[in-house]
Write a protein that binds this ligand. Structure first.
Ligand SMILES: [Fe+2]
Ligand SMILES: [Fe+2]
Length: 271
């Protein structure tokens, strides 16, 4: 085992403290330090212990908010929320990406992966938008997300967004999709999806568009490269071709989801 001298000396309280220690005390401290390090290394190799559904439920009353609240409504890491920049008068999808969905790393990385692997433009667009609605609300985000975007995008992309939520619970080895560890972490390792999700899966298995939401799940990875630089720029052509930007601005075109865009624009409104 390698010992980082600086870290070791700092762990004892710094060079001044070490200077006061006799030889035997130093040897003992080193042995103790190495034992601790070894324990840490062994622990790191242990398979992760996932919570149970009951353990996750027991956390509900430890929070001042519900887990389903959209991210624009909660502070990061228990901090107070920040003042949001106002939206322009006629906001576009790009404005929402910049001012409400940001940093949007997850969806940008999903879409980047879909583009690199040569998927259809409908799928790339679906990947780019598939989790944006989490800013507004989290439960049933497939349905909410599809509803938010439906008036503006191809039917196949909306289908893919609506049903990726369901297919996330069902592995498909042939398509290259495994059940994600993240779901053991956030739902509990003994979680069973509710009946409506099971029924939706049954419907999707025989649907001619099964692969549309399936390919969103294939690109829906949590193992991110934290150094990856992603931006919305490579997707501007696809947005231009497939996203029907309303001339009045998102929220002001009287579409069935206009109110959802307005809520995203002004989440501090009390009513
Ligand atoms: Fe999702
Ligand atoms: Fe996702």
């Amino acid at each position: 085992m390698e010992v980082d001298r600086r870290v070791f000396i700092a762990s004892l309280g710094g060079p001044a403290v070490v200077a006061l220690m006799d030889h035997e005390a130093k040897a003992e401290a080193l042995e103790h330090y190495m034992e601790e390090k070894l324990d840490e290394m062994v622990a790191a190799q242990q398979p992760e212990k996932f919570p149970t559904v009951a353990e996750i439920e027991a956390q509900i009353e430890t929070r001042p908010y519900r887990r389903g609240a959209g991210t624009v409504f909660t502070g990061r890491g228990g901090e107070n929320v920040k003042k949001l920049q106002p939206m322009p008068a006629k906001p576009t999808l790009n404005d929402f990406f910049e001012l409400r969905f940001a940093p949007a790393n997850h969806v940008l990385q999903s879409a980047t992966r879909a583009m690199k692997t040569g998927m259809s433009e409908e799928i790339i667009l679906a990947c780019l938008l598939h989790d944006c609605v989490l800013s507004l609300i989290k439960p049933d985000h497939g349905w909410w997300g599809a509803q938010l975007f439906e008036p503006y995008i191809p039917e196949k992309s909306a289908f893919a967004i609506r049903y990726h939520q369901t297919l996330r619970f069902y592995p498909d080895e042939e398509a290259g999709y495994e059940y994600p560890d993240q779901y053991y972490r956030i739902f509990g390792h003994d979680y069973t999806p509710p009946q409506y999700i099971q029924d939706t899966y049954k419907m999707l298995k025989n649907h001619k568009w099964y692969m549309e939401p399936r390919l969103v799940t294939v690109n829906d990875l949590y193992a991110f490269d934290p150094n990856a630089k992603v931006s919305i720029e490579p997707f501007q052509d696809i947005i231009g071709r497939h996203f029907k930007q309303p001339k009045e601005g998102l929220g002001y075109d009287n579409s069935p989801s206009a109110h959802m865009w307005r809520t995203l624009a002004r989440p501090d409104n009390p009513l």
